[in-house]
Design a protein around this ligand. Structure first.
Ligand code: 4NP
Length: 161
């Protein structure tokens, strides 16, 4: 399964989500391809924000080699599930994808943890370091939930699809 995690800049939330989910998938032997992207393209080619890198490192995850890239309409062909970090990101995804938007593939990331609650991962970009710790905790719990929800639906024979 190919999963894309999307935020606005692809330098704070979604790179952290990518690092966390990749580590959990590896630990639990779940064979997913995981990438991330941002809707605004303002930070194309940049490494994750230093505070996202720092909080990841505190938890033994290295996200320093990731590079920001803009979300594309064609991502709806390339990925099986696309997760928006927040409602405003989902609106941007719809605008960018246009006719390619596929509601069967688009989800809010925190809905894995709080189904139907339509909650946002708060953007830490404007705040201080504590905000990055809070985001890490939210993403960590939601990533656990995503893997649990997915594995619960699978039979052992197709768990690695
Ligand atoms: P992110 O945070 O969407 O979690 O990567 C942001 C980073 C940069 C900007 C907005 C949000 N910006 O406008 O540059």
């Amino acid at each position: 399964m190919k999963i894309l995690l999307v935020c606005l800049g692809n330098i704070c939330r979604s790179p952290l989500a990518e690092g966390i989910l990749k580590q959990k998938a590896l630990e639990r032997n779940v064979n997913w391809q995981i990438e991330s992207a941002g809707t605004n393209g303002l930070h194309n080619g940049e490494a994750p924000h230093h505070l996202s890198q720092k909080v990841a490192r505190k938890h033994g995850i290295d996200i320093s080699t990731q590079l920001s890239r803009q979300f594309l309409a064609s991502d709806f062909f390339a990925f099986d599930r696309i997760y928006a970090m927040a409602n405003d990101v989902m609106i941007d995804m719809k605008r960018i994808a246009g006719q390619q938007f596929d509601s069967k593939k688009a989800f809010l990331f925190l809905d894995e943890l709080y189904p139907g609650a339509a909650m946002d991962v708060k953007d830490p970009w404007y705040g201080d370091e504590d905000g990055y710790d809070e985001v890490f905790e939210q993403l960590n719990l939601a990533s656990d939930a995503l893997i649990k929800n997915y594995v619960a639906k699978q039979t052992p024979s197709n768990q690695h699809a």
